[in-house]
Design a protein around this ligand. Structure first.
Ligand code: ZN
Length: 419
């Protein structure tokens, strides 16, 4: 595909019309917004001056080196993530699979052994060895193990205990707490639904009343908040919507108002997404927000909506790719929130995931690619529900569906409800 003739959106004459207008009313928010636009304008201008034929490049090699090093060695700056160690495994492994970079078998095996140490004796995974089980690292660990996809990786997961853990955090109203004695929010429902569906441990009662709790999180804005009554937010909206897709209940949501909300979160000037109304652009929402569009597209397609495109998602895929490639890459590898911020593995994972969503429309017969820049920029597709590569989802589902669904044990039934 020859993209050299495609002018970049951010170099069009009329692009300046997309700048934020404060209607002569200065607020803290409007001042911050203008500052960010200024810094992004500068990135665009510098790029334009240095490149006569603009073909923004994905810095594959640099990202690969940064990621590979992170699997073995982390700087002191990561000390604060000591309770998120399975997340680091997942962020790095998923970024590598998007870049089509294989992980050596010995490294994969070491990750399996490390994650086995994070598995709690009471089921589920903790943020590190000896810590308490928590739904977030449980999601990250199961995803990481499914990406590795070996027998050793699958065998790490104690499915019976995982089910016991999920029952121990299930609440009477259908919601889940993140950990025993912890807080409720819609992330927990997604984490629980994701791991339970991948490992085939969904019992008839595990998600009783969960869909009706999730729809209470959708508010007047159209997006979902962390719990009923809170402001709509990209991360929570993705979690609630993806959980509904897993549970086959996405039509209980108001899909059209959700679509309007998420489409409006793509920033007119920057091309990336904001997490909430009136907030600043941030690279990680390239996945949390743009990842909603495939989920919505499929849900509306199932409804027989004849106005849907069969070529593109309902957001500006080129604009998002321009934002990620021009504004979110650290020249030394790794990706970031916005110009001026430092790189980290979280933003590397979700910028690359969002870039993949923006490059690949649909799947199988309806697959259509829109790769900005050279073909070497092409990432592997990602599964919009689980955010691991689709073949790894299929492989895990095939493996675990050969195994019987565990039954709810006495221990789980007797766990007191902490709500
Ligand atoms: Zn972010």
């Amino acid at each position: 595909m020859d993209n050299s003739v495609t002018p970049l959106r951010c170099f069009r004459e009329c692009h300046a019309l997309e700048l934020f207008k404060d209607d002569s009313v200065k607020t803290v928010t409007s001042v911050e917004q203008k500052k960010v636009e200024c810094s992004i304008q500068e990135v665009f201008s510098v790029y334009q001056q240095n490149h006569t034929l603009p073909q923004p490049a994905l810095l594959r090699e640099q990202h690969y080196v940064y990621l590979k090093k992170g699997l073995r060695h982390l700087s002191d700056a990561y000390e604060c993530l000591d309770a998120s160690r399975p997340w680091l495994c997942y962020w790095i492994l998923h970024s590598l699979e998007l870049l089509d970079e294989p992980v050596p078998a010995s490294v994969a095996s070491d990750v399996c052994k490390f994650l086995a140490c994070c598995q709690s004796p009471t089921g589920g995974f903790a943020g590190g060895p000896g810590q308490h089980a928590h739904l977030a690292p449980t999601y990250a660990a199961v995803n990481a193990l499914c990406i590795i996809g070996t027998q050793e990786a699958y065998d790490v997961i104690d499915r019976q205990k995982l089910l016991d853990f999920l029952y121990s955090v299930k609440q009477a109203d259908g919601s889940f707490v993140m950990h025993v004695g912890g807080e409720v929010d819609v992330r927990s429902v997604y984490c629980a639904a994701s791991v339970a569906s991948l490992t085939n441990i969904i019992t008839p009662t595990l998600f009783n009343d969960t869909p009706s709790w999730i729809i209470r999180c959708q508010n007047w804005e159209g997006g979902l908040g962390g719990v009923p009554g809170l402001e709509a937010h990209g991360g929570y909206t993705f979690c609630g919507t993806a959980a509904m897709v897993i549970l086959g209940r996405e039509h209980m949501l108001d899909l059209k108002s959700l679509l309007r909300w998420v489409a409006s979160r793509q920033m007119r000037f920057e091309g990336g997404f904001q997490g909430r109304c009136n907030k600043l652009v941030d690279g990680c929402y390239s996945f949390w927000q743009a990842g909603l569009l495939p989920l919505l597209h499929r849900a509306l397609f199932k409804d027989g909506d004849s106005t849907l495109s069969m070529m593109s998602w309902m957001f500006d895929q080129q604009a998002l790719q321009e934002y990620i490639l021009l504004c979110c890459q650290n020249p030394a590898g790794g990706l970031l929130d916005k110009p001026g911020k430092s790189r980290d593995f979280y933003h590397t994972c979700y910028c690359l995931s969002g870039l993949s969503i923006a490059q690949h429309f649909g799947s199988r017969d309806f697959h259509h690619e829109l790769i900005l820049g050279a073909d070497e920029n092409r990432l592997a597709p990602t599964h919009p529900v689980y955010n691991i590569c689709p073949e790894k989802v299929a492989q895990a589902v095939e493996h675990f569906h050969k195994l019987p669904i565990p039954v709810q044990t006495e221990a789980a039934i007797n766990t007191p409800d902490t709500s």
